[in-house]
Design a protein around this ligand. Structure first.
Ligand SMILES: [Zn+2]
Length: 362
C-alpha cells in the first residue's frame, strides 16, 4: 500500500492546495492519562498536564527560567573533568555515549549551575538535566555540585539543588560512587557557612543521588507524583517478596511518612522557594545587624552574628535587671575560657574535646 502514501497522498495534497501535514510534535500525549495536549498549552502550563495534573520532566534551562527573576541569571562555568577515566565499554564506548548525549542535548553534562536573584534574593541553583544520560552523577556532576556549593558560600547565597537523576553513572565505576561523599561534603560546606540548603526533588530522584546530597536538604520540597527512592520498586519487591503499597516511593507517600517537608505544584514552586528563602535568610536581622557578609572564615562569621543578634534582642526587649545579675557573669566566664583556650589553636572550640581523650589514652 506504499503507493497510496507515497504517490496518491502527495497528489491529493497538491490538488487541495499544498497544505502541509501537521507535524507530530505539535501534540504531546500525556504519559499518565493519554490525553493529547497542544504544545503551546503544554508550555504555558510549565509541562504539567492540564487534564490530570501530571508533572512531566522539565529540562534544565526551562527550570532555571521558571525559577529566577525576569532579569535573568548567570550560568556558572563548571570545571572540566577527566572524560572516561576507566576507558569503559559496554555495548558502546562510554566516550561515544558522552559524545552522543552532548550532540543530542547541547549541554556538556547532566548538571547546570546558575546564579541570579529569586524574589530579589541572591540564589545559587544547581539543576539536573535528565535527558543527559538519565541525569546520572559522574565526575562532572560531582565537581559541578562542589562548585555550586562554593559559589553559594563565597556569594553568601542559599543553595537550591534540583535533582532529576537515575543515580550514579555506572560507566565511571568507583569514581561516580565517590561523588556521593564529595557532594555530601559540598553540602556541608554550605551548612557550616550558616546558609540554607534547599532541595527540590523532581521525578525521578533515585540511587546514589538519593543516598547523598538529595536527602540532606534543610528543607526538602518535592514535585507531585515524583518517584523518590534508593532502589527501584521492582527490585525491592523481588528482594523482600512482598507487594508494596500503592503510591510507594511517590512524593506524596514520602510526605506522609516524614521524608519530605512539602509537596509543591510546579506553578507554585517559585513562590514557595521565595517564601522559604526569605524566612531562612531572615532579612530583617540581616539588614539591621550584619553589615557585610564578606568574612571568609566560618568561625569568625558566626561569632559576630551571635553577638549582634544578642544586641538586637537586648535593645528590643526590656531585660535590664536579669542580664545584669545572671547573664554577664556566665558570658564573661565563657569568654574568658575561650580566650584562654583559643591562643594555642585559634578557630575551633571542638579542639577542647580533642584534648580530653588524649591524657586518658596516654
Ligand atoms: Zn494527563
Amino acid at each position: 500500500m506504499n503507493w497510496l502514501k507515497n504517490f496518491v497522498r502527495p497528489k491529493l495534497r497538491e490538488l487541495v492546495g499544498g497544505q502541509k501535514e501537521v507535524p507530530e510534535n505539535l501534540w504531546h500525549k500525556c504519559s499518565n492519562c493519554s490525553q493529547m495536549i497542544f504544545h503551546r498549552d503544554l508550555e504555558k502550563n510549565l509541562h504539567v498536564c492540564q487534564h490530570c495534573g501530571h508533572h512531566m520532566r522539565l529540562g534544565a534551562d526551562a527550570r532555571l527560567e521558571l525559577l529566577f527573576d525576569e532579569d535573568g541569571f548567570e550560568t556558572i562555568k563548571l570545571p572540566e573533568v577527566a572524560a572516561d577515566p576507566l576507558k569503559f565499554k559496554d555495548l558502546k564506548r562510554y566516550s561515544d555515549r558522552i559524545k552522543e548525549a552532548r550532540a543530542k542535548t547541547g549541554v556538556n553534562d547532566a548538571l547546570k549551575v546558575a546564579f541570579g536573584t529569586m524574589g530579589g534574593n541572591n540564589v545559587v541553583v544547581a539543576v539536573f538535566d535528565f535527558s543527559f544520560m538519565g541525569g546520572s552523577m559522574g565526575l562532572a556532576v560531582g565537581e559541578g555540585l562542589l562548585t555550586a556549593a562554593r559559589q553559594a558560600v563565597s556569594r553568601h547565597a542559599p543553595l537550591v539543588v534540583i535533582p532529576s537523576s537515575g543515580g550514579a553513572r555506572m560507566q565511571e565505576g568507583i569514581h561516580s560512587l565517590m561523588q556521593m561523599a564529595r557532594t555530601t561534603i559540598a553540602v556541608d560546606e554550605v551548612k557550616q557557612a550558616g546558609l540554607p540548603y534547599i532541595v527540590v526533588l523532581t521525578d525521578p530522584t533515585t540511587g546514589g543521588v538519593t543516598a547523598s546530597f538529595a536527602m540532606l536538604g534543610d528543607i526538602a520540597i518535592a514535585e507531585p507524583g515524583s518517584v523518590i527512592g534508593f532502589a527501584g520498586q521492582r527490585v525491592i519487591e523481588q528482594t523482600i517478596r512482598e507487594t508494596l503499597p500503592e503510591g510507594f516511593q511517590r512524593a506524596e507517600y514520602l510526605l506522609e511518612h516524614g521524608m519530605v517537608d512539602m509537596v509543591v505544584e510546579r506553578t507554585a514552586l517559585r513562590d514557595t522557594l521565595i517564601r522559604v528563602i526569605d524566612l531562612l535568610m531572615n532579612k530583617t536581622i540581616d539588614e539591621d545587624a550584619i553589615p557585610a557578609p564578606e568574612v571568609p572564615l566560618v568561625s569568625e562569621d558566626l561569632e559576630p552574628a551571635l553577638v549582634d543578634v544578642a544586641a538586637v534582642s537586648e535593645e528590643n526587649v526590656e531585660l535590664p535587671p536579669p542580664p545584669d545579675i545572671a547573664a554577664p557573669k556566665t558570658d564573661t566566664d565563657a569568654e574568658g575560657d575561650s580566650a584562654e583556650a583559643s591562643p594555642d589553636s585559634p578557630p575551633d572550640a571542638p579542639l577542647v574535646i580533642d584534648h580530653e581523650p588524649d591524657p586518658k589514652q596516654s
